[in-house]
Design a protein. Structure first.
Length: 470
């Protein structure tokens, strides 16, 4: 029982914030079920919705955790599979059985449908977190619901009164569990790790235990292969240019191609094309009805472009032992020179982030036919430049723990969103020229101040080549 309990605590140790949020949703949902009188359908739906959302996020983390746990060496542990099954049974008892028992004791209707629905939500979250293709098919189902909401509502009313609905949902949930867990329980060799600072986005949602693991699935492997091929060719071009003319610029290009393998022009173009294809397909499938403010596109673009920097913080920690080889190869005159070289190499992420934000904003402008494209583009460019400087600074010298990095990232994102909306309103009040100049003066000045302070602090620190703390 102790081993089962320790397996159940793994997610808390790796994703404390996610566990806390999911736990609060579970407590709120079960509490509402316990106080419900059975006659208030809205309160019952809210309670079950809270439990379902909490279960989704919880099992999304469980899927990511299992991808890192289910390695060939783990199966050498005594009775690993039975104890893993015991942890899964305990998990389903908490997220499916217990809420449905509370609902049954309160005399709420459709308890069996609720139980099978919660089971399906758990299976869907586990499949999505483990990176299986079945999770993609589930998302396609959600998109189909958004495409035809009235048809989905009619089908839901029919399913509500059908006696076969609980059985069908349970069978679908068991099938999803099987498709998600069977590859994880199969013993196979682990593929070579990917670069900690890759920017393909394929491993952006990986947990700490599975960082560096390549994307599973044929599509993910093909895309990863495209990016790796471009990185290899960029490295060869940088090496040839340095051999012909070993100057400072060629040296920095070579270092950047080593540290940031997927930030060459070809890889950036491919990433923008992939994002355009995905966003375009999703927009035409679900968001083709203009029911929101077009200005929100710029906020989403800035938010999407900033997702690179949390990965930078984690990647630099994972690369510490490997950076010892770079230190010996560069043979700097002082430790500050080495730190300064890394800072200048990583500064490339700032223009890349601004370019990405502008490209995403332009894509949104085209899709929604925004009436003020210049205002959106100018605001996104200024805010993305300032926010990327701040994000690069804080993730370079910020806390090393996962909780501290998550908290810092939340503060940066909230500040960027507030700056975007404040700047957008400012440009609307006093005009693009004066408003843009004032926004740039405040935002860029703040970003440069934070960046120069962080740069001085980073150069003052001694290089560390120890592995990151567990």
């Amino acid at each position: 029982m102790k081993a089962i309990w320790q397996l159940s605590l793994l997610l808390w140790r790796q994703m404390a914030v996610l566990v806390g949020l999911a736990g609060l949703m579970w407590l709120g949902g079960v509490g509402l079920l316990a106080w419900s009188d059975g006659g208030d359908a809205g309160q019952t739906g809210t309670a079950l919705g809270l439990v379902a959302f909490g279960g989704w996020f919880w099992h999304l983390g469980q899927g990511q955790m299992l991808r890192g746990l289910c390695r060939p060496e783990s199966y050498l542990l005594p009775r690993f599979r039975p104890r893993l099954a015991g942890a899964g049974t305990l998990d389903l008892a908490v997220w499916v059985v217990l809420p449905c028992i509370v609902a049954g004791l309160r005399g709420l209707p459709h308890v069996l449908i609720a139980a099978s629905g919660l089971l399906l939500v758990a299976a869907a979250g586990l499949a999505s977190g483990s990176g299986r293709r079945v999770g993609l098919f589930l998302w396609i189902g959600f998109i189909a619901v958004g495409w035809k909401p009235h048809l989905a509502a009619r089908l839901a009313r029919v399913a509500e009164v059908s006696p076969w609905t609980p059985l069908l949902l349970a069978l679908v949930a068991l099938l999803v569990f099987r498709l998600a867990l069977r590859p994880l329980l199969r013993i196979e060799d682990i593929e070579p790790d990917t670069s900690p600072l890759d920017s393909t986005g394929l491993g952006r949602m990986q947990s700490q235990a599975m960082q560096g693991r390549p994307a599973r699935g044929a599509i993910g492997k093909h895309i990863q292969g495209w990016f790796d091929g471009m990185a290899q060719r960029a490295m060869e071009r940088a090496l040839s240019a340095y051999r012909r003319n070993p100057g400072a610029r060629q040296r920095m290009t070579l270092i950047r191609s080593l540290l940031l393998p997927h930030d060459n022009p070809q890889a950036i173009a491919l990433r923008l094309v992939l994002v355009t294809a995905i966003v375009g397909a999703y927009f035409f499938a679900v968001l083709h009805r203009p029911h929101y403010n077009a200005a929100v596109i710029g906020a989403y673009a800035v938010l999407l472009s900033l997702t690179r920097f949390p990965q930078l913080g984690r990647g630099m920690l994972r690369m510490r032992p490997n950076l010892a080889d770079l230190y010996l190869t560069l043979a700097p005159e002082s430790r500050a020179d080495y730190q300064r070289t890394l800072v200048h190499a990583l500064l490339l992420l700032v223009p890349v982030t601004v370019l990405s934000a502008l490209a995403y904003t332009a894509l949104g402008i085209v899709l929604v036919h925004a009436t003020e494209p210049g205002r959106m583009l100018l605001t996104a460019a200024i805010v993305a430049a300032a926010a990327s400087l701040v994000a690069l600074a804080v993730h370079l010298i910020g806390p090393e723990g996962s909780f501290g990095r998550s908290l810092v990232n939340i503060v940066v994102v909230l500040g960027a969103m507030a700056s975007y909306w404040g700047g957008y309103v400012l440009l609307g009040l006093i005009g693009a020229t004066l408003g843009g100049a004032l926004l740039a003066l405040v935002a860029i000045s703040f970003g440069l101040g934070v960046w120069f302070a962080a740069q001085r602090e980073y150069q003052r620190r001694a290089p560390c080549f120890d592995p990151p703390p567990a």
